[in-house]
Design a binder for this molecule. Structure first.
Ligand code: NHF
Length: 471
């Protein structure tokens, strides 16, 4: 099968979060099974663009409302990512350094989607599946079915994967002129609560919808930022497929970002060396358990609760652990974390920003990873952590519920709690400190976790079943 993935992110080209990791890995594993998966994404001005060789494969022109523009599609020459990678350039809209966060994101991503369809419609053949990811590409199923201009693609099946339903790409009806001439009777397929809602439209129009974990799909029926009724109504075409992790990138025995490699049979010694390095770099106490957080510092991830958790546990449990955080996000959370720095007694530090290398070093050197998410569609960090022998401390939600079992349960290996509250998280920290004293138990949990299979091989087969059901 030929599957064209359309996405705003793809690692290592441009990544803001887990979406990039998934789109950078899933196509490669589809190809391992003999399929032809390709990716097309915007041509941002990132390092990857300048460091690689490209050939122009298409030049075209189209319009966004009354604005006529030209676009170019280039292809990476060496296939180094394990799939054909295409970047689509629109001068003035996509030629920027960042992926998101501009005032004209609606125009940027709508123009991107229109250009992708103009390009695909110019092919001699058509792909077997167009696979869209999140709201930035979720108008494509509607446009393929209902825009006269893309009639050639009307019967090409589409799949929409929802990595995060909190963001839906809402736009006012005044922007409906952006969408190339369409069958007006179909306006309801764009509308949700009197706005054009690209994510809702994708759910209505795609032939299949997937979410990135089974529990997340269940949760969306009662908590999805206004789309609950739609998820309930469309449940027949939805399925939850747990993300995998890229075992080539996330392997402590070969990881090029870490200085001390290790495998499950000598994990304790290997992790200790990495921990020592981290503790030296960030002024932490090697003897105490090291609890880390990596991710966006936003309410969705429960990051706003962490400053209070840190001061409460230092006060009530005692200064028996280290905390090290990496991430960026809401300024008030960043500031609250910075404000704690002067209170550190060689047991607290924070790195505000995005740093791929440091994240690998942290997974390798830490003892525990904290994920107090309010919403977690799948969560990849807990899987990276487990593969590196770091015990996850997660709130039971979405993919965290599907991947971590509390060590108090039969065959369990993580620390789980039910509520994203300072009380529940602090209790989890207390349990981590207690557990850390029992080296034998820690080592047995570590070997159990490192043997778990979170590879893409399993999930890819489920995607193929979804594709086959509509081709
Ligand atoms: O794993 C990739 C990622 C998820 O939970 C994560 C999220 C965004 O919030 O599917 O997308």
């Amino acid at each position: 099968m030929e599957i064209l993935h359309v996405s705003a992110e793809c690692y290592p080209v441009a990544k803001a979060g887990g979406l990039g990791d998934v789109v950078g890995a899933l196509p490669k594993y589809l190809n391992h099974l003999g399929h032809t998966a390709k990716v097309v994404m915007p041509m941002y001005r990132t390092k990857f663009l300048y460091a690689n060789e490209w050939e122009v494969v298409h030049k075209g022109g189209t319009n966004l409302g009354n604005w006529w523009f030209e676009f170019t599609v280039i292809k990476e020459k060496t296939n180094k990512l394990g799939f054909d990678l295409y970047l689509l350039d629109i001068n003035g809209l996509l030629d920027r350094e960042k992926i998101y966060g501009y005032g004209d994101d609606t125009e940027r991503f709508t123009a991107f989607q229109i250009s992708v369809l103009a390009w695909v419609a110019s092919w001699q053949h058509h792909p077997d599946i167009v696979h869209c990811h999140d709201h930035h590409t979720a108008l494509i199923p509607f446009m393929m079915k209902h825009c006269y201009r893309y009639a050639k693609l009307k019967s090409t099946p589409s799949v929409l994967t929802i990595h995060n339903a909190e963001y839906q790409g809402w736009m006012g009806w005044d922007k409906s002129i952006y969408i190339p001439e369409w069958d007006m009777w179909k306006w309801g397929m764009l509308d949700w609560k009197n706005n054009i809602n690209p994510l809702a439209s994708g759910i209505k129009c795609a032939d299949k919808v997937t979410t990135v974990s089974p529990s997340y799909l269940d949760e969306l029926k009662y908590m999805s930022n206004g789309l609950e009724a739609l998820f309930e109504y469309e449940k027949g075409k939805c399925s939850g497929i747990l993300n995998g992790i890229d075992a080539d990138v996330w392997d402590a025995s070969t990881d090029t970002y870490i200085s001390h490699h290790y495998a499950p049979d000598y994990a304790e010694a290997g992790k200790a060396k990495n921990k020592m390095q981290l503790c030296e770099q960030f002024n932490l106490d090697f003897e105490k358990p090291l609890i880390i957080f990596i991710g966006r510092l936003v309410g969705e991830k429960g990051a706003d609760l962490i400053p209070q958790v840190i001061s409460d546990t230092f006060f009530f449990v005692g200064r028996k652990m280290n905390f090290l955080l990496l991430g960026s996000g809401q300024p008030e959370v960043e500031n609250a974390l910075r404000d704690l720095l002067p209170m550190s007694q060689y047991d607290y530090n924070v790195f505000i920003g995005y740093n791929e290398t440091l994240s690998h070093v942290m997974y390798a050197g830490a003892d525990f990873l904290l994920m107090p998410s309010r919403v977690e569609p799948c969560g990849l960090n807990q899987m990276y952590a487990m593969r590196y022998g770091t015990i996850p401390m997660v709130r039971r939600t979405g993919g965290l519920r599907d991947t971590v079992r509390d060590f108090g349960e039969k065959d369990g290996y993580g620390i789980c709690y039910d509520y994203a509250t300072v009380g529940d998280i602090s209790h989890a920290v207390f349990r981590a400190v207690e557990l850390y004293r029992d080296r034998k138990k820690i080592n047995s949990i570590r070997s159990k976790m490192m043997a778990l299979d979170f590879s893409w091989e399993k999930s890819v087969k489920q995607y193929i079943m979804v594709y086959e059901s509509i081709t």
